[in-house]
Design a protein around this ligand. Structure first.
Ligand code: NAD
Length: 506
């Protein structure tokens, strides 16, 4: 497998039964895939038709009985091989991510490493799905519990983490004995096919991991397909809600992670230099295209003026450019998204927020047609403004000012999203109160991007997650398995006789 990021690549086709599958429809559809740092079309990706959905799901369904019955020992050997190959070659995957998403190479490598954590967690599946056993629960009666895989499961992922988000799900799904159809984002589809080839090299049997490319048509096909048993979705809130409602209506188990507006609260006693570093890293890393990016900073007075000055000084020094050139921040993913984010800068000004740093005038170190927007900071943002109410998903940091801790937490809790949040303070009591009171799923205390490690679970509250199951960790294992409880008695003649009463324990 070689990576050539310089020239136009072969078409990205579906991947079914361990080989490329161009799609069967006579009226095939394709979408262009861009290199955001040059603005050039890099390749094109197949968009599935309903018959392609059937092929992918049918293949996964056919592969399920054999994979389900493959011993835990053998499944784990495949997982370990996948982990070793991924670890050896993650540089290749990072290059693909940078070429299609635009994030800088180091960041792409970080994304792969965080996904790899979940692969490593899933290698422990024999321990993770061990059941319980109670001997002699009633006289001569034993009770045990087991967890079994569901069948073919669908994963629908967003553009912003083309490797990590699928890896939040498929390692555990596969380790637990399910088969998978992954529908990645059509904006940066190549990472999924790279990972599919790696599974093949790791020895995963045909049909256990399949990639179906496409848009709404592919997703709708998966949500309603009778053989799909569960759906894991990550993306924007309106689509997450739609996926949750639709898949539930078709009787599927579903977890749907949505968008975010993550607040960072800075109390007056915080170290303002460390807080400014953290705000810049979490606000502008990956050009703000992270569901855990900090997009709203709440400064508790009297520190706002000083803090904004420190953040602006740091942000102005960031180098925006081609992620392959050692820059700090890459382009946005598409021209349309770049323009949408830029339109929020216009609206913030119209609404009366103070524009401290304007990313529209950035001099990027990259192609003239790249999708560039530099770091942008608004101060004196108020709750009703569009830059605050909407998830912008770009390098735009809004600063709000609060007079007290109570005012700050009210702001966070009034927000309809509840993915991540952070507090910066040296006051243990305030931090403890914050973790107790804040209505958000993932909390950082002096940690700006509190993405849980692979053996905890990732998930927000409110409009950031639909369903009751978070991603990976123990929740992931529960999501991809279902429980059975077995009550057993080995009969002897003393157990004879008719008794229609409800069984009681003796
Ligand atoms: P998106 O919602 O546009 O797309 C996500 C997936 O849904 C893609 O695979 C896409 O093809 C598919 N899709 C798009 N429109 C659809 C429709 N109408 N019907 C069915 N499927 C459809 O999201 P995106 O722009 O790719 O990703 C960015 C969003 O994802 C942001 O809102 C971000 O906050 C969110 N996100 C959330 C998390 C989290 O953990 N909560 C993690 C990463 C990204």
């Amino acid at each position: 497998m070689t990576v050539d990021t310089d020239s136009r690549r072969d078409d990205v086709t579906h991947w079914v039964a361990n080989r490329p599958f161009p799609g069967a429809a006579h009226d095939a559809r394709w979408a262009d895939v861009f290199d955001p740092a040059t603005g050039a079309v890099r390749t094109r990706v197949a968009l599935a038709r309903p018959e392609d959905v059937d092929t992918a799901v049918g293949t996964a369904a056919k592969a399920f009985p054999l994979w389900r019955d493959t011993s835990l020992a053998k499944r784990v050997q495949v997982l370990f091989r996948f982990r070793e190959l991924l670890n050896e070659r993650k540089g290749e995957l990072a290059e693909i991510i940078t070429a299609e998403h635009g994030k800088v190479l180091d960041d792409a490598l970080g994304e792969v490493s965080r996904g790899q954590e979940v692969v490593e967690f899933a290698c422990g599946i024999p321990h993770l799905i061990k059941g319980d056993m109670s001997e002699n629960a009633s006289t001569g009666v034993d009770v045990s519990s087991i967890r079994q895989p569901l069948g073919p499961v669908a994963i629908v992922s967003p553009f912003n983490f083309p490797a990590m988000v699928p890896m939040w799900f498929f390692p555990i799904a596969i380790a637990a004995g399910n088969t998978v159809v992954l529908k990645p984002s059509e904006k940066d589809p190549s990472a999924a096919n790279w990972m599919a080839r790696l599974w093949q090299e790791a020895g995963l049997p045909d049909g256990v991991f399949n990639v179906l490319h496409g848009d709404k048509e592919a997703v709708d096909g998966l949500l309603s397909h009778p053989q799909v048993k569960a759906v894991s979705f990550v993306g924007s809130t309106p689509i997450a809600r739609y996926v949750y409602e639709t898949a539930s209506r078709y009787g599927k188990r579903v977890q749907a992670l949505g968008g975010a507006k993550n607040h960072m609260v800075v109390l007056p006693d915080a170290d303002l230099d460390l807080a400014a570093d953290a705000a810049v890293n979490a606000g502008f890393g990956s050009a703000g295209e992270r569901c855990m990016a900090i997009s709203a900073l709440v400064a508790v007075e009297p520190v706002a003026d000083e803090l904004v000055a420190k953040i602006a000084e740091r942000a102005a020094g960031l180098r925006t450019g081609d992620g392959r050139r050692g820059c700090d921040m890459g382009p946005l993913v598409t021209r349309a998204h770049r323009d949408r984010v830029a339109s929020y800068i216009d609206s913030g000004q119209q609404d009366g927020a103070t524009l401290v740093l304007d990313g529209r005038t950035v001099q990027a170190d990259g192609g003239a047609d790249g999708f560039w927007l530099g770091p942008t900071i608004f101060d004196h943002v108020r709750p009703g403004m569009g830059v605050y109410t909407d998830e912008i998903f770009g390098p735009v940091l809004s600063v709000l000012r609060a007079s007290t801790y109570d005012e700050a937490i009210e702001l966070v809790n009034a927000n309809p999203y509840g993915n991540g949040t952070a507090i910066f303070t040296n006051d243990g009591g305030a931090a403890r109160r914050f973790q107790n009171e804040v209505e958000v799923g993932m909390i950082g205390i002096n940690v700006p991007i509190p993405v849980p490690v692979g053996y905890y679970s990732f998930g927000g509250w409110k409009n950031s997650l639909f369903g009751d199951s978070h991603a990976y960790g123990a929740d992931g294992v529960r999501f991809y398995t279902r429980g059975k409880v077995v009550t057993s008695r080995w009969l002897d003649p003393s157990h004879g006789g008719i008794n229609l009463g409800f069984p009681q324990n003796t």
